[in-house]
Design a protein around this ligand. Structure first.
Ligand code: ADP
Ligand code: MG
Length: 375
């Protein structure tokens, strides 16, 4: 397939950045190098994500086929790798940016609906970052590079870790890199450790992270803080400082507050900082195998909840109306701009009205042709 048109200067810039950042492009040559590394026991380094995703010996089984195309486009864009025409169209739809990054982004946020493949995509990215990127120039001797993944609960971390283990074992080359496995980490023979655990303030100091990935960051909870996502992020950032590693957060939306909302508000679309990429997509845009009937049923059951869960819409902020403040002893809240009924507005009626508008917009959007499923 034809690569999307790039100028010679852009291509050159990509190559320079790729070398600086420890990735490299080179299709066949990189794949061959990966195989040679497996034979000699040398660390696999500098294999591009595209090469890895296309090679069944590497990550070719992780997110395969047409149904994962949107995720592949996003992950490749986040690494600054060139996109094909069809991938570029999906990149534009999900990021509302015309041009994909020409180098690996520093921060990458995805606001994606439930069952949209977030955990599997994270596991694929974690595996790639731990096995095929060269960190040697960024570490002091003896320093152990950690690819860190935090998620809201131990149970959720367990799901990601088992995805990562499955992806490693499915690859005859990567399987050989597993040195030791524990309940929350995998140590690799290239000295990188993949650490997947529940988000908490404990044990965040002292590590050197080459990448930090946050799963469902909008749902981080803690007894120690009312803003755990913001504070955990601030605690992790110093561990990335010496390596310049990427910070990645993939989550369903939950409220108009916190790390995910702030990143979306400031950086979604063309106005955003080019080194911070934000994508937003419904569950079915990222996972076309999820049936429209299922999503419809969920939206009928609870439009407001369903819009956040499956359409990746941040729930609107609710404000007290002056009418409700005067008339009700216990405060009832309404959306300021929402339509009101004769009996007066209520939280439920107003939220449902806004959710219904979102759902009907979504129904119009889903009249588009459906991409085929690979599973
Ligand atoms: N694009 C896709 N193509 C095929 N299967 C998918 C896709 N996205 C998700 N799935 C499947 O849907 C299920 C839920 O995926 P998961 O990554 O756990 O979703 P999330 O974390 O977004 O809730 C898994 O079985 C996964 O393999
Ligand atoms: Mg998940």
């Amino acid at each position: 397939m034809r690569l999307n048109q790039e100028t010679g200067r852009t291509r050159k810039l990509r190559k320079v950045r790729a070398l600086e950042q420890g990735t490299a492009f080179g299709g066949e040559a990189a794949a061959a190098r990966a195989r040679i590394s497996a034979i000699t026991g040398e660390p696999l380094a500098r294999v591009s994500l595209r090469t890895a995703l296309e090679d069944l010996q590497l990550l070719g089984n992780a997110i395969p086929g047409d149904s994962w195309k949107a995720w592949r486009a996003l992950l490749l864009a986040s690494r600054g790798e060139p996109l094909r025409d069809d991938e570029l169209a999906q990149f534009r739809q999900l990021t509302e940016r015309e041009e994909p990054p020409v180098e690996r982004v520093q921060e990458f946020y995805c606001v994606i609906g439930r069952r949209g493949g977030k955990s599997r995509a994270i596991a694929t990215l974690l595996t790639y970052l731990a096995t095929m990127v060269d960190y040697r120039g960024k570490l002091a001797s003896g320093e152990i590079p950690v690819v860190l993944c935090l998620s809201p609960s131990q149970e959720q971390s367990g799901i990601i870790l088992s995805y990562v283990k499955g992806i490693l074992r499915e690859s005859p080359i990567l399987a050989q890199l597993i040195a030791r496995e524990t309940a929350e980490q995998i140590e690799l023979t290239n000295h990188v450790t993949i650490n997947v655990r529940a988000a908490s303030f404990r044990r965040l100091r002292g590590q050197t992270c080459v990448a930090a990935v946050f799963d469902e960051i909008a749902f981080f909870m803690s007894d120690e803080s009312s803003n755990p996502d913001t504070e955990i992020l601030a605690a992790v950032k110093p561990s990335l400082a010496t390596t310049g590693g990427p910070l990645i957060a993939i989550s369903s939306p939950h409220r108009r507050k916190g790390v995910l909302w702030e990143a979306f508000k400031a950086h979604f679309g063309a106005k955003g900082n080019p080194s911070i990429l934000v994508a937003k997509g419904t569950s079915r845009e990222l996972n076309p195998c999820l049936t429209e009937e299922f999503v419809n049923r969920e939206l009928e059951k609870d439009p407001a909840f369903g819009a956040a869960e499956y359409l990746a819409e941040f729930p609107p902020i609710l404000k007290l109306s002056s009418a409700m403040r005067r008339s009700t002893p216990a405060p009832t809240v309404v959306l300021k701009s929402a339509p009101t009924s004769a009996a007066g507005p209520t939280l439920a009626s107003s939220t449902r009205a806004v959710a219904r508008m979102t759902v009907s917009r979504w129904r119009l959007a889903t009249k588009r042709a459906k991409p085929p499923c690979s599973i």
